[in-house]
Design a protein around this ligand. Sequence first.
Ligand code: NAP
Ligand code: 8YV
Length: 314
Amino acid sequence: MLKRHHLLIANKFHEETIDRLDQQYQTHHLWKLTESQKKLLIESLEGQCRLVATASWNTDPLIYNLKSLKLIACFGVGIDGIDLITIRNRGVRVTNTPDVLTDAVADLAMGLLLSTSRNLVNADKFVRAGSWQKGAFPFGSGLAGKTLGIAGLGRIGLAIAQRAEAFKLKIEYHSRSKVNQPYGYHPSLEALATASDFFLCVLPGGDFTKNCIGKNIFKKIGPAGIFINVGRGSCVDEEALGQSLSNGDLGAAGLDVYSREPEVNPTLTTLSNVVLLPHIGSATLETREAMGQLVIDNLNAEICNKKLISEVKN
Ligand code: NAP
Ligand code: 8YV
């Protein structure tokens, strides 16, 4: 019955979910086409197709040409890839995949904190290179009793705070509004950085947060401090990050996200005091399956005229 509904899939976000969508809908794989083929397809779908599925952090702007568009079902929670201004006043609704990925991203954030504070990646290289036989590996920094500053105490930020408490870290945070949690609030990123031994960014991308973490913040985190980013790369001035890590203003960094993925600032790749991950915060089999299920459930809710499961409210 669903098969009679057209669904435009903008990009290849998760193979298993796309296979399932192919079975249920009349799908159109936009990313496989040339630019002129894409335009022709969208023209041919006009008036017949109201559904788009896409990655949340990046989409093809041609989807906005489809005037009959009613729902953009995003795979991912951060919707910085969606042009909310272009679709405003067009009656287009957007869904994302909150909550189901929170634990996976929070686990990875703790992984980055441990990898950087105890220098785990270099320790592994040290053993493989046979250096252990020649001497001991340098000491790392302990977590217990130190302050973890979290920029963005939302769903994922809170899950990180809960994990960090078990490591005996003291939690402080910054977001635009204070939340009802037993952690110290700082009204600015600068104040949070000053108070933090470890500063962790889990902020969304977009214009409001673009380059909001730069040289000034790294200096305040300090030479013994660590910067972790599992939010969005666009929040960070990566040139300043490379310089601060090189000149010793900042002790170390652990990154899962970058401003021009999948490219990584070349300076960062030369430094041994930064751990670089390829945006794998939500990349567990279980989490990606749950994200896909939520995309499917939202699409199905739309065509059955039911309440969307996870609509993004503007
Ligand atoms: P969320 O629940 O909406 O939390 C976002 C937090 O950021 C809130 O505390 C919000 O509080 C704060 N915030 C938003 N804009 C801000 C600003 N301009 N200045 C200061 N604080 C601001 O979202 P979430 O589910 O935790 O996800 C957070 C982000 O994590 C996503 O948007 C995405 O970019 C990233 N993410 C990364 C991965 C990965 O694989 N690494 C996976 C999933 C998500 P206020 O509104 O009060 O400011
Ligand atoms: C990506 C993420 O969406 O949910 C987000 O905001 O950053 C990730 O979960 C994921 O890499 C899927 O492409």
